[in-house]
Write a protein that binds this ligand. Structure first.
Ligand code: APR
Ligand code: ZN
Length: 370
């Protein structure tokens, strides 16, 4: 048992309160991780703002890195002291999807219960009230007990803030391009929405050898950042005139048209644009998550007639134990400039301000440093 400090929301839609909590020791199959960095992802904002209904109280955060401090009974202690990235989908490694290598579709993960491996929380308030940990890792806290399958050791030399981003935004965006869509050298791609996830799609497209990379956002600053990491064309979107945005994307894609368009916002209007810009044979890859219950629509005849496709990409089809070290090695080799995505570092008590900036769309990726 030890004391930690965590960013707690009472329920979806309520503001963050920084609280002192009690953290129990790890059970078999769990590890105690001292957090070193935690990214602020739009999915946290979906929970904070009540777009996604979750029970509470819960410690926020699902993108993080840390150092292993202790392991539960029966686990190999040689991992103690190692720098790690955390996966927000601790795979159960037993269900059918895990067994066939599709861990991003795991149905037995403790993450869905926001608790430890036995389904009960490790955190509590001084009065004994149990406190959940978002997706079983609740990274916006000074330390957590997490499922061992969420823990991935990082190669030497990877900064904590880079490891944190590998835990969600980078894997979600890069993986959507290289794993889910399997973009090939010479392909033409567009990315709509240039937050941490969309900028990672741009990096993934560069890594895959895409010839033309069209970046689309309502912010000029984001377009400039995308250009500096390898986007070849920029389209300033005007939400008031989607037709103009669609024409702009088509023009930037050139004669061959788009092979793939990635929607990295989770807005029905931009999902519709992603489908509307497709030439025959093109594929829309939906990466952004909407509010629960959202619908989007498209014209059916040309979609079928032109052999177009729509695919959903969850967590960039990540198998964390394999993909996280590979993305880290690509960073170290200079092929994934993950550090370029980080434009603000903050302390845990500044989290509400960080959410305000994320809502306003004025930042790329903000990282809490512990
Ligand atoms: N057209 C183009 N760009 C837009 C539009 C629009 N209509 N509306 C917003 N954007 C841009 C914003 O300017 C911002 O750059 O989309 C980007 C969204 O980025 P973030 O809010 O930083 O979100 P991010 O953390 O990257 O997550 C994106 O992926 O995993 C999901 O839940 C997550 O749905 C979220 C999405
Ligand atoms: Zn995320």
């Amino acid at each position: 048992m030890r004391e930690i400090t965590g960013a707690v929301i009472e329920r979806s839609g309520s503001p963050v309160v920084i609280e002192t909590l009690r953290l129990a020791d790890p059970l078999p199959g769990e590890m105690l991780v001292r957090m070193t960095a935690a990214g602020v992802c739009h999915s946290d904002l979906h929970v904070r703002d009540g777009d996604w209904v979750r029970s509470g109280p819960v410690v926020m955060g699902h993108e993080g890195a840390g150092v292993v401090e202790a392991v539960g009974p029966g686990l190999d202690p040689s991992v103690v002291g190692q720098s790690v990235a955390l996966s927000w989908l601790a795979p159960c490694l037993r269900c059918r999807e895990c067994q066939r290598g599709r861990q991003w579709l795991c149905v037995g993960s403790p993450a869905y219960r926001h608790a430890g491996v036995d389904g009960t929380p490790r955190l509590s308030r001084a009065d004994g009230t149990p406190v959940l940990s978002y997706l079983s890792i609740g990274t916006m806290s000074t330390a957590q007990v997490v499922p061992a399958s969420a823990v991935v050791v990082m190669p030497d030399g990877v900064p904590a803030e880079v490891a944190a981003l590998i835990g969600c935004g980078v894997s979600t965006g890069v993986g959507a391009v290289v794993k889910t869509a399997q973009v090939r050298p010479g392909d033409t791609v567009a990315v709509i929405g240039l937050g941490g996830v969309g900028l990672s799609c741009v990096m993934g497209a560069v890594l895959a050898g895409a010839r033309r990379i069209v970046a689309v956002d309502i912010s000029r600053t984001k377009l400039d950042l995308a250009g500096s990491i390898g986007a070849t064309h920029a389209v300033l979107a005007d939400p008031a005139s989607p037709e103009a945005t669609i024409e702009g994307i088509r023009a930037a894609a050139g004669d061959g048209g788009l092979d793939f368009v990635f929607e990295a916002i989770g807005n029905p209007a931009t999902v519709a644009q992603a489908i509307a810009v497709l030439p025959p044979g093109g594929t829309a890859v939906l990466v952004g998550l909407t509010r629960f219950g959202q619908q989007a629509s498209f014209e059916v005849f040309p979609f079928v007639d032109g052999g177009r496709r729509i695919i959903g990409s969850n967590y960039g089809s990540a198998v964390a134990a394999v993909d996280f070290p590979a993305y880290a090695e690509a960073y170290l080799a200079g092929h994934l400039p993950i550090d370029r995505l980080i434009d603000r570092r903050l302390a845990l008590p500044e989290l509400e301000d960080a959410f305000d900036r994320l809502r306003a769309g004025t930042v790329a990726r903000q990282v809490i440093i512990f």
